[in-house]
Design a protein around this ligand. Structure first.
Ligand code: MGD
Ligand code: MGD
Ligand code: MO
Length: 765
């Protein structure tokens, strides 16, 4: 197995490298975002569109899920939000004529970057069996094609309904309703590859699989630990919140193998001082940890807290909270007391002094928030790692109190809302009961496939129709060659999309592209102009209303696509009023209000400026809807990746110029990389041990239990201050190296932050 830069692609991957930066945002960010935006949209459209982002009368930024503050700036977006908007509001178009010029056999040789740069999709397109060209197809015919294939299946469970995280609450609710009325819980989603580990760990320990803090809590915290997250690139608006917390006296610890620019220093582009001056230094303590060392770190920290309390009983732990609200303390404490310094130092690569400094800061802080993202969720032992973070917070009563709590920072702008709406392959019985009661059909109870199992099912011939509501399944999923081969075995693959991507050109026997409206666009239906709603990373629900004319007159909204598809597939027997739902999304919201807890009076409350907060038992009243009715301490064995001699651990991560598989440009400004993506960041000593000078080229070769050789060819070596033994390279170019069955225990999330590799230097540079 091997990947190479696609041959014949006009995009040249020729990275140039300078020293990494130590501060994020500021003037260069403003200039960079405006350049990218005007290139795609022109000056006037750029101004009109960007001023509507995240305003109370505007649309929700399609970038990340970070919440909007109450007092919004006129420009409540960031450099990367501007790029996400420009990518969608671009004036470039992919027309039927484009597909006439480019057969699929040509498009499969193009890079993802090139495909995305072609512009917005404009008409439904159909690839017939054996054909090499997509042809335009009327919407009604497209729905018939899907309906024919779905009805021909031996069982509804041979169909897969994937969702990416930009889908609105209304579209998501309708989509899961359709899948369940059709008869399957096969609703894999991008969460399976993202924060599933957080959901698993938090549901078990706190009873709610979501974060427990609001922005206000960050502002009030004494200590904020940011572990396994790069907010300067992926959640830039979080830096403003950290800056504000800092001004209020908070200290910040970052735990990361890489010194990430945004966490070091932040130049707030919304303040004159930030634009021109030196900005705010954010991190007070940087713990440069080994990949996968976090569980060991928190376990030892917990032992040290227990011992500090032994020395001065009742001054360190919140015994009243532990007694009243938690379960499993004794067993946990015994496990924590067994934590070993030497093992922790081996697992984390940290020095004793680092951990002691962290302990001092924790002891000085009354209220603590822990934030995390993919650095904690994409390891084999991610679920126990996050449970250990929960143990740490429970010890001092740092849950359900102002200024304290868990803060998993979500990725896609509505990924949290999609889950709330029932996009889940393992739905709770209570949710299915509510659906059954409201609509009067019997939803399937058997659990469905998640992403990894969906790929296995296609590979093994157990699933035959793949339908995607957004996303880029082929490129986002692990083990690219296996995933592509699996997709090619499907009878039919269908993508509801805004932009062209690789999943449209690596297809089943037949394929459809269904073009849809984006967030920035007006959504006109029979019942008048519609808006949709989203839920951010902190459980705030609000409206999103686009202002631009649609990219093409042929586009349908996501809710309209689901409703028409459902009518084509289910026919008059359906018990759901799909036509009414399509005409008027208020009707959908009325049903959501009756099915999903916390949405009472949805239509009224979501019309209030800024929307409303969903209830959260642990946060609001220290009620923990777990199996024990309490917050659960847990005591799992400590794990960390073992790496054979001469091998490295590779994490696959994001550059500054990408949104997941969407590539905006070839630079990673803060890390000093320009003009290319096939780079591998190596500690200079690790590079030297392989005789690799900075600028040399190497193949990355995966090593996994199955003995299959996974190879990503031709990466430029960058000497970089990463932790010894830990390498980094961009996703999705390196997904070919992530074995399909290398996943997190319990959550089954691909372990894309701990891939064992060896380096094979290439002779020619
Ligand atoms: N501009 C932009 N914004 C985005 C996205 C995007 O691609 N582009 N993607 C969105 C999505 S879907 C998501 S999920 C989020 C992702 O947001 P992040 O999680 O910030 O994304 P990654 O680039 O995967 O970065 C992982 C970070 O964790 C660190 N890390 C890796 N392994 C470990 C570890 O074992 N321990 C610790 N302590 N740290 C580790 C890495 O060095 C890196 O800083 O961003 C969202 N926002
Ligand atoms: N190796 C490795 N793999 C990873 C990760 C990693 O860190 N390392 N991260 C994982 C994570 S956290 C995630 S979330 C997944 C992301 O997986 P996905 O969500 O599947 O991927 P995206 O790249 O975000 O999807 C981009 C496509 O979505 C479509 N799109 C954009 N906006 C809209 C819209 O409004 N409606 C519709 N219908 N379509 C739209 C466009 O056609 C675009 O090409 O990748 C995962 N894969
Ligand atoms: Mo994500």
């Amino acid at each position: 197995m091997a990947t190479k830069p696609p041959a014949g692609d006009p995009v040249q991957d020729a990275p140039e490298v300078t020293a990494p930066q130590h501060a994020a945002a500021g003037l260069p960010a403003v200039g960079h975002s405006l350049r990218i935006a005007t290139r795609q949209m022109g000056v006037k459209r750029t101004a009109l569109t960007l001023l509507k982002v995240n305003q109370k009368d505007g649309f929700d930024c399609p970038g990340c899920a970070w919440p909007e503050p109450d007092h919004r700036h006129r420009a409540e977006f960031c450099e990367n939000g501007a790029k996400a908007v420009a990518e969608e509001a671009t004036l470039r178009r992919v027309t039927p004529d484009f597909f006439a010029r480019h057969p699929v056999s040509d498009l499969t040789r193009r890079s993802g970057y090139w495909l995305g740069q072609q512009g917005r999709l404009t008409q439904p397109m159909y690839l017939a069996e054996g054909a090499d060209h997509y042809e335009p197809v009327p919407w009604e015919r497209a729905f018939e094609i899907v309906a024919d294939e779905l009805r021909a299946l031996d069982s509804p469970d041979e169909a897969l309904f994937y969702t990416s995280g930009r889908t609105s609450n209304e579209a998501a609710f309708l989509y899961q309703l359709f899948a369940r009325e059709f008869g399957t819980n096969n609703l894999p989603d991008c969460s399976n590859m993202c924060h599933e580990s957080s959901g698993s760990a938090l549901t078990e320990t706190l009873g709610v699989g979501k974060g427990s803090v609001l922005l206000e809590d960050l502002y009030r915290a004494d200590l904020i630990i940011v572990a396994g997250q790069n907010p300067g690139t992926n959640h830039p608006r979080m830096l403003s919140a950290l800056e504000k917390a800092k001004a209020g006296g908070a200290r910040i610890v970052s735990v990361n193998p890489l010194p990430e620019a945004g966490l070091e220093r932040f130049k707030n582009p919304q303040t004159p001082k930030g634009l021109a001056g030196g900005g705010t230094s954010l991190t007070d303590l940087f713990l440069q940890i080994r990949l996968g060392g976090d569980q060991a770190l928190f376990r030892l920290l917990n032992r040290l807290l227990l011992e500090a309390d032994d020395r001065a009983p009742g001054t360190v732990l919140d015994t009243a909270f532990i007694d009243e609200h938690t379960h499993g303390y004794e067993e946990f404490a015994a496990a924590a007391r067994a934590a070993d310094w030497d093992e922790t130092i081996r697992a984390t690569g940290l020095e004793r002094g680092d951990i002691e400094r962290l302990l001092t800061m924790v002891l000085q802080a009354r209220s603590v928030v822990v934030c995390w993202a993919m650095g904690l969720t994409q390891h084999k032992h991610s679920v126990p790692t996050i449970r250990e973070v929960v143990n740490f917070l429970l010890l001092r009563g740092n849950v359900g109190r102002p200024g304290a709590g868990v803060c998993p920072v979500r990725g896609h702008s509505n990924v949290q809302g999609d889950r709330t709406m029932g996009i889940f392959e393992r739905p709770a019985d209570a949710f299915l009961d509510a659906l059954e009661k409201e609509f009067g059909f019997t939803p399937p109870r058997e659990h469905g496939y998640d992403v990894v199992r969906a790929i296995e099912a296609m590979r093994d011939g157990d699933a035959k129709v793949f339908f995607a509501m957004g996303g880029n399944f082929v490129s986002a999923s692990p083990d690219t060659d296996v995933t592509e081969a699996a997709m090619r075995r499907a009878r039919l693959t269908v993508h509801v999309s805004t932009k062209l991507n690789r999943s449209h050109v690596v297809t089943g026997a037949r394929a459809l592209i269904l073009p849809t409206l984006g967030r920035t666009e007006k959504d006109h239906q029979a019942g008048g102009e519609q808006f949709v709603t989203v839920e951010d990373s902190m459980g705030m629900v609000h409206a999103s209303r686009g202002g631009l004319d649609p990219a093409s007159p042929h586009l349908l909204s996501e809710p309209a696509i689901v409703c028409r598809l459902a009518r084509a597939v289910l026919g008059p027997e359906s018990v759901v009023p799909w036509e009414e739902f399509e005409a008027d999304y208020d009707q959908v919201r009325d049903r959501i209000a009756r099915v999903v807890p916390g949405f009472d009076d949805f239509n009224t409350r979501v019309r209030a400026p800024g929307g409303f907060a969903l209830p959260h038992g642990p946060r609001d009243s220290r009620t923990f809807p777990t199996a024990t009715g309490k917050a659960n301490f847990t005591a799992a064995p400590v794990e960390y990746p073992e790496v054979p001699e001469g091998r490295l651990l590779l994490q696959t991560l994001r550059s500054h110029d990408q949104y997941n598989t969407t590539i905006y440009g070839l630079d990673d400004r803060y890390r000093g990389v320009k003009g290319g993506r096939r780079v591998v960041l190596l500690h200079p000593d690790d590079a030297a041990a392989h005789g690799l000078a900075d600028g040399a080229y190497t193949d990355l070769v995966g090593e996994w239990a199955d003995g299959v050789e996974r190879r990503a060819e031709g990466f430029r070596v960058v000497h970089y201050p990463t932790t010894r033994g830990c390498a980094a390279a961009y996703y999705p170019e390196t997904n070919v190296l992530v074995p399909l069955d290398h996943t997190a225990d319990t959550s089954n999330t691909p372990a894309s932050k701990s891939v064992v590799i060896r380096l094979e230097p290439t002779r020619e540079a």
